[in-house]
Design a protein around this ligand. Structure first.
Ligand code: ZN
Length: 108
């Protein structure tokens, strides 16, 4: 569990799991010669964990999968994810909890 912001865990139906699995199969990071089985895929940690993100620049909000961010945070030992905003194109997308803390401090 990340320390500085909260994540949302949702229960996925079998259909949602199947479409997530299709997404995984078409993902460029997927090893196409040796993809994991659907059963193995269902046991992937963070599969059903989402995080609410918000853009510091344009205030665009979205809910996205936490799994990829979790791997990045481990690789680069960052305290929270920083991503490109699909709305304004700047790398200003951060977890909404962090956004709230930052903007609160700015207004003080
Ligand atoms: Zn933005």
């Amino acid at each position: 569990m990340p320390k500085f912001f909260s994540t949302v865990t949702v229960k996925l139906s079998e259909d949602e799991l199947k479409s997530a699995y299709q997404e995984y199969l078409s993902h460029p990071m997927c090893d196409v010669m040796n993809p994991m089985s659907f059963n193995a895929f269902k046991k992937v940690p963070n599969l059903n964990v989402y995080v609410d993100m918000k853009c510091l620049n344009c205030h665009h909000e979205l809910r996205t999968h936490f799994g990829d961010y979790a791997l990045d945070m481990e690789d680069f030992t960052t305290p929270f994810p920083l991503d490109w905003c699909p709305n304004c194109g700047l790398q200003h997308l951060i977890p909404k909890d962090i956004y709230n803390k930052l903007t609160l401090n700015v207004l003080k």
